[in-house]
Design a protein around this ligand. Structure first.
Ligand code: NAG
Ligand code: NAG
Ligand code: NAG
Length: 472
């Protein structure tokens, strides 16, 4: 099953890749054009911008470690003229962002806040009663002014502390974001005839991502393979490892041989008071906590399961789009959310499973997360769901899709996708040969770069990597 998923995805990507080959050729032409224009007039693009966008190699990261670039994504995105027009006519069969859905989600989270905020504030999660004070600066790169501006513009808690008013303009804002991201897909951003139009977010420098890994002792040999691939493609980058229960020998080995690793012990006991299932690792309740904790410490993170194998360092397009999107995952084409999610989880969100029949499942084993306004909302929702077994596990229900029941459930991933669909429009439906498929959703990394950045290789061990590793 696992390999089947993987192969299917590769296949899909190859097909798409072939289709996009001519576009890539076209881009090279556009690039040459820009290059000549830049050298002749120095006017078209700031050199730093075209460097970052046109060459994805690692050396483009600013050599000084910090990047204090705080883009006004708000101003940029509202002015952007999309090619891919998303959400033109409301779709009856698939869920997309609406004022009602967002309000429903935010009111639900607000109703749980009095119970969970004492815990969540330890992870710097804001409270909705007092967002101006509780929306904290995560790192000195936090774009906190924009986060607060957007929050106050779109979201207002009524004096009853229950009802939330969501401004109608929020849908236009979300539509623009989804359209902008989807334009990356067929290179509709780069293909603009009039390159003078500001069609790319002008990015001065990129925040350096921090890699986030987590596992217990049983997965340590698999984890070593992930570290091996990071050493190969991202040597010298900081890795923060969440210790979910390593043996003392394993911790010692990691400390000695992984100089770029920071080890953080996962705070099971403080969370267990609120969620007794937190230490049942197969429910993945820990994952939103690992991501939130890393996010508040580092601001821009790339999370991988122990079985993640990085095979590229070409993450720049994803990181640039993440200034706007905040959250990037990978979809599993042909795997529908309703077939892999117990109905109880949908019930918790007050959503009907039948409207997720055509939304693809996304994987949470490989994520790129950046601190933005949308990320703050989504992380709060994801954490709240993870704390309630009724939401995350939904023990007593089954998955129902397309007229049949299944026993599949994907815990953290199921919740993550439901939350994402509140803020991002679904990918456009399209036809590939005789098949009908969705384009990748705006949160799929594939909209930013059409290549495979890493694989999930379940069961692949690299047991001697650290013990045999030579350190300078
Ligand atoms: C790094 O970024 C800073 C401003 O953020 C800039 O002044 C500096 O020139 C950049 N360095 C390189 C090597 O691009
Ligand atoms: C709403 O919350 C604020 C801050 O905790 C409190 O001062 C106020 O009395 C609450 N209002 C209601 C109606 O409970
Ligand atoms: C659940 O959603 C329905 C619309 O589908 C809405 O009428 C109802 O108010 C929602 N319930 C809650 C508790 O928000």
């Amino acid at each position: 099953m696992v390999y089947f998923n993987f192969i299917l995805r590769l296949f899909f990507r190859r097909a798409l890749f072939r289709r996009l080959l001519f576009t890539i050729g076209f881009i090279i032409c556009v690039y040459l054009l820009i290059f000549y224009n830049t050298t002749s007039s120095n006017q078209y693009y700031e050199p730093s911008v075209s460097n970052i966008i046109d060459n994805n190699a690692i050396h483009n990261y600013n050599s000084t470690d910090s990047c204090h670039f705080k883009p006004s994504t708000d101003e940029f995105i509202l002015k952007y003229k999309p090619v891919t027009l998303i959400g033109l006519k409301p779709e009856a069969t698939r869920f997309e962002p609406t004022i009602e859905r967002i309000r429903n989600l935010l009111e639900l989270i607000r109703s749980k806040e009095d119970t969970y905020q004492p815990l969540l504030q330890n992870f710097d999660v804001f409270n909705m009663i007092n967002p101006d004070i509780s929306l904290k600066v995560y790192t000195d790169e936090s774009n906190i002014d924009e986060i607060k501006t957007l929050y106050n513009r779109y979201i207002k808690l009524m004096p009853d502390n229950k009802t939330i008013h969501v401004d109608h303009a929020m849908i236009d804002y979300l539509k623009q974001i989804s359209s902008y991201l989807s334009d990356g897909l067929r290179n509709n951003r780069a293909n603009r005839v009039n390159i003078k139009e500001n069609v790319q977010l002008p990015v001065e420098c990129l925040r350096k991502p921090v890699f986030v890994l987590a596992c217990d002792e049983g997965f340590f040999n698999i984890l070593q393979g992930a570290i091996h691939s990071l050493d190969e493609y991202w040597s010298g980058y900081r890795i923060v490892f969440y210790d979910m229960g390593l043996s003392s020998g394993q911790v010692k080995l990691l400390r000695e041989k992984c100089k770029q690793c920071t080890i953080i012990k996962f705070p099971f006991s403080s969370i267990k008071i609120f969620a007794s299932h937190i230490d049942i690792l197969k429910t993945y309740a820990f994952k939103p906590f690992v991501i939130q904790d890393a996010l508040r410490r580092y601001g821009t993170i790339i999370y991988g399961d122990a079985s993640a194998r990085f095979n590229s360092n070409s993450f720049n397009p994803v990181l640039i789009d993440n200034y706007i999107r905040g959250f990037a995952a990978r979809e599993l084409p042909d795997h529908y959310l309703s077939c892999f999610t117990r109905t109880g989880t949908f019930d918790w969100f007050n959503q009907s499973y039948s409207q997720f029949d055509e939304i693809y499942m996304s994987e949470a084993n490989f994520l790129v997360v950046t601190d933005t306004f949308l990320t703050r909302l989504m992380m709060k929702a994801w954490l709240t769901c993870a704390l309630e077994s009724k939401c995350l596990i939904a023990y007593e229900s089954q998955s129902k899709c397309r007229g049949s029941s299944t026993t599949y459930h994907r815990y953290d991933q199921s919740a993550m996708v439901i939350i994402l669909t509140h803020f991002f429009f679904p990918g456009t439906k399209s036809t590939w040969g005789d098949r009908h498929l969705n384009d990748p959703a705006p949160y799929d990394m594939f909209t930013s770069i059409q290549m495979n950045l890493g694989d999930i290789k379940r069961g692949y061990q690299d047991p001697n990597y650290l013990s045999e590793k030579k350190i300078a």
